[in-house]
Design a protein around this ligand. Structure first.
Ligand code: ADP
Ligand code: ZN
Length: 524
């Protein structure tokens, strides 16, 4: 059989999607492979089709038990002999599965990475023909990723111990250069075929809403889209519970998911959602990996996520069927505080001080990028694609920012005051102090820092804080200023400060006010 025939016979699809055939053909020619494809692009088929065509067994290393179980069930339903070996099985069941496997009953076996380190499993592998080792969710190998799993770094030792080196293929949705390099190096892929498919999901409509009353927005949205299935992500369990109760009180059919719930309840809630008994689920980011629900029409982020990687992955759970779907991020300035707090809570006790410092720095930079996305007035799709290293031509005309109306205000003079203030701070203070100084705030902290004696002190006292924040954010993204990446970041002058040139103008784009109750500066 040819790959297309296998695809049709076992999976029922007529054609390959972008990238799939390239990967499959490389593997069938015996070449290692790394595929970086967005969530929902169809990575599983890329190793399942060749697994059925290679002579021996394919081992799929996968990080989550639930993920393995779903995949194996889907394969079994399609008439493919597959099994999983993980801690959900008893010793006896594992022995039985391994024995069946060595008799050639299974073509595909899913294993947790820790299992590869067990003596029993290594013994099995030594006596079995293993054609391919596939590493799913391969970004777990990278210390820089959100989902680092130390046992992933030992996969390569397992492979090295095998009598014949199998084909090694790796799959992930994380496209950043560091993660990619880490995967290639850590798995020691030999002259691999690397395929990166486009990150653009044309059917997704991205938007950011700057609002305070998030609950009202969500209630209103659900009311207006009663037939739609949606996911609402919150940053914390507490937020999940609060919102859940709020919606439950108003008899909206919702369920919830977070790591604080018992296993039974989590499973039930997840299934209620998947089978549309509760079309809406409120969840922390613990929910979603490996969930394949194609008709999710919207993903709303109640809080800003910690990175573009997270956002892209979570938002990407909308519209997997290719039909139009919405990805809405509800932003409020408090989200930065919540996220800073969450990052500070991270446990680095197993890392050296230097590693911890680097990771903190990276986390902070990611968070800043995420905030920039929320405050951006540019095309949101372009922003995302550029982040993942793709270029686009012009605005997409299909995102919240492309559809929004702006007012443009010349803020050149104000920008000059900002530059003056940052110069006076000699790049030592953060955005909060700079804004306070410019507005002439009477704060003990500013007196302590001595900024009350600056020439720029109070030079913008007629401005409001939100506008100054927006201005500074825009100045950072345009390179006039630089925001450092430490945990407590400070503002410095950018590499170029061309503002002093005659004809340079800083135009602040702000959204036309939608809310009539928008606060005005007091007249007196
Ligand atoms: P990923 O692991 O990349 O997130 P999956 O492998 O779960 O994505 O695939 C996402 C969905 O796309 C699944 O429902 C899968 O059956 C479907 N799919 C995969 N390949 C094809 C194809 N060639 N044609 C149509 N649907 C496909
Ligand atoms: Zn756009």
């Amino acid at each position: 059989m040819k790959p297309t025939e296998v695809l049709k016979t076992y999976f029922g699809y007529d054609t390959f999607r972008r990238g799939q055939e390239e990967i499959i053909e490389a593997i069938l020619r015996g070449r290692d492979a790394l595929a970086i494809m967005p969530t929902g692009a169809g990575k599983s088929v890329c190793y399942q089709v060749p697994a059925l065509m290679l002579p021996g067994i394919t081992l799929v290393v996968s990080p989550l038990i639930s993920l393995m179980q779903d995949q194996v069930k889907a394969l079994n339903d399609a008439g493919i002999h597959a099994a999983f070996i993980n801690s959900a099985l008893t010793e006896g069941q594992i022995r039985k599965a391994l024995s069946l496997a060595s008799q050639g009953v299974y073509k595909i076996i899913y294993v947790a990475p820790e299992r590869l380190e067990s003596w029993e499993f290594q013994d099995f592998a030594a006596h079995t023909e293993i054609s391919m080792v596939t590493v799913d969710e391969a970004h777990c190998i990278s210390q820089w990723g959100q989902d680092f799993r130390p046992s992933y770094t030992k996969i390569v030792d397992f492979i090295r111990r095998l009598k014949r080196r199998p084909i090694v293929s790796a799959f992930t949705a994380t496209a950043t250069e560091t993660v990619k390099t880490d995967i290639l190096r850590s798995l020691q892929l030999a002259n691999p075929k690397v395929v990166v498919t486009g990150f653009d999901r044309e059917n997704l409509y991205y938007s950011v809403e700057h609002i305070r009353k998030k609950d009202d927005f969500i209630l209103d949205y659900i009311e207006k889209h009663p037939a739609d299935s949606g996911i609402i992500y919150c940053a914390t369990r507490k937020n999940v519970d609060k919102l859940y109760e709020e919606l439950f009180k108003r008899s909206v059919a919702v369920t919830r998911y977070h790591a604080g719930l018992g296993g039974v309840e989590r499973k039930k809630n997840q299934e209620d959602f998947i089978y549309d008994r509760s079309p809406v689920i409120i969840a922390t980011n613990a929910f979603g990996m490996g969930i394949d629900k194609s008709n999710v029409r919207y993903v709303i982020h109640y809080n800003m996520p910690q990175s573009m990687e997270n956002y892209y992955q979570e938002a990407g759970r909308a519209g997997r069927d290719g039909e139009p779907a919405r990805c809405i991020l509800l932003f409020s300035p408090q989200d930065m505080m919540i996220n800073r707090f969450l990052l500070e809570q991270k446990d680095f006790s197993e890392l050296t001080g230097e590693e911890a410092r680097l990771i903190r720095q990276r986390d902070t930079r990611r968070l800043q990028t995420m905030e920039q996305y929320c405050r951006s007035t540019e095309c949101l799709r372009n922003y995302i694609l550029q982040y993942f290293g793709e270029e686009m031509e012009g605005p997409c005309e299909n995102c919240g920012n492309c559809h929004r109306e702006y007012t443009e205000v010349d803020m050149t003079e104000e920008a000059k005051q900002v530059v003056r203030c940052v110069t006076e701070t000699r790049g030592r203070y953060g955005i909060q102090s700079v804004i306070g100084t410019l507005m002439g705030a009477n704060r003990a902290r500013l007196r302590e820092l001595g900024t009350v004696d600056y020439e720029s002190y109070g030079s913008l006292k007629e401005k409001n804080e939100a506008d100054l924040r927006a201005l500074i954010s825009q100045m950072v993204s345009e390179g006039y200023l630089h925001q450092t990446e430490e945990q407590y970041s400070v503002l410095k002058l950018g590499d170029t400060t061309p503002l002093m040139e005659e004809d340079t103008r800083v135009i602040l784009r702000t959204w036309k006010a939608k809310e009539p109750e928008k606060k005005k500066k007091a007249a007196r």
